[in-house]
Design a protein around this ligand. Structure first.
Ligand code: BEZ
Ligand code: FE
Length: 348
């Protein structure tokens, strides 16, 4: 289906381009955009109030058969999942446009905005995903997916993957560190020492059985709030690693207490945050992907309870069960803090 959507979108855009040409209305669009900007908003508001949806007890001023016409255009050989969800998408989109009296100028600005997100995206930065994140869409879809697939209520809650995952982190033996090349010349050296932490726990099945040979894939930012691929000063794969659980389902590693960081806000998604008078901050968190044979893979994050943004995450990903308290660690020259956390995986 991943293939089908772009194909259909391309076909739709070819069809609409052909229609525009044959109707000779290509100029109309650009006129419409500029008129839309200058007139649309005030017209829309006054029409909406005097004639439209917003007028209590009055009928909609727009063609009441239009949405159904668009829905009915889907053919009998459409991709089945798309045929199932497309009517709802069209209904919600059209209802939105009518409800807010969307103008051509506003629609055109939105198209430019989406294009800019796509044009900015690379394998190092996914601006469109970032847009979904600030809309809460990645978190919502994560909740829906997890609840649809859940086989038990005791499994560890999931959280979004985020755009900074790398699938090829190195494997390390249990009890080793994901912190590379910690040198006193680093500007955040002192903070790294202060936040040094030992993480350990078990990977369990929902029936409480430890899972041997589960893979715990972990990543977080440096104390400067940057993931290694965002920061030319950090070595490749810094603060990333994969660990395999032992016979008792145990994992153990050294890392750092996580710090809050702003999501990248120098692109269109950041501009939108600004227009909405919103902040870009995520609470300090550590990412995990925990996988084991016969079990559903868990993608999640643990949030440090000390963080001021825990109750106010720019991407709405925090769940209460994932907020953890680090405790002071005694007698370990490698770590000042410790965290014990068991991950519970559902069976598949
Ligand atoms: C992250 O947790 O890495 C993240 C999630 C959403 C947007 C940006 C970053
Ligand atoms: Fe993150």
């Amino acid at each position: 289906m991943g293939q089908m959507i772009p194909d259909l979108a391309a076909a739709a855009s070819r069809a609409s381009a052909a229609k525009i040409k044959s109707n000779g209305i290509s100029n109309g669009i650009s006129n419409g955009i500029s008129n839309g900007i200058s007139n649309g908003i005030s017209n829309g508001i006054s029409n909406g109030i005097s004639n439209g949806l917003n007028g209590a007890g009055k009928k909609c001023q727009y063609d009441p058969t239009f949405t159904q016409k668009v829905i009915a255009a889907t053919g009998p050989n459409a991709n089945p999942r798309l045929a199932q969800i497309f009517p709802s998408l069209v209904r919600h989109l059209h209802d939105f446009a009518r409800e807010v009296n969307l103008t051509v100028g506003e629609w055109s600005a939105a198209v430019d905005f989406l294009n800019e997100c796509g044009q900015m995206s690379t394998d190092r930065r996914n601006e469109t995903q970032l847009l979904c994140d600030i809309l809460g869409l990645e978190s919502l879809v994560d909740e829906i997916t997890t609840k649809q697939l859940a086989t038990s209520t005791t499994q560890t809650p999931s959280a979004i993957l985020g755009p900074f995952y790398r699938s090829d982190a190195p494997f390390f033996p249990n009890g080793t560190s994901i912190v590379q090349d910690l040198s006193p010349s680093l500007p955040w050296y002192d903070q790294a020492l202060e936040d040094s932490a030992f993480l350990s726990g078990r990977v369990l099945s929902t029936d409480g059985e430890p899972i041997e040979n589960a893979v715990v894939d972990v990543w977080h930012t440096a104390p400067n709030g940057l993931y290694e691929q965002q920061d030319a000063e950090q070595p490749e794969m810094n603060f990333r690693g994969r660990f395999r659980t032992d016979q008792g389902g145990r994992y153990a590693l050294y890392a750092l207490r996580p710090v809050a960081y702003p999501i990248p806000d120098d692109g269109p998604a950041g501009r939108l945050l600004g227009l909405l008078d919103r902040h870009p901050n995520r609470p300090g968190h550590i990412h995990f992907i925990v996988s084991a044979e016969g079990h559903r893979t868990l993608t999640t994050q643990l949030y440090d309870s000390r963080d001021r943004w825990v109750g106010n995450d720019a991407v709405f990903a925090v769940k209460d069960e994932l907020v953890v308290r680090f405790e002071p660690r005694e007698g370990d020259g490698q770590a000042r803090w410790e965290l014990g956390y068991d991950f519970v995986l559902g069976r598949c």
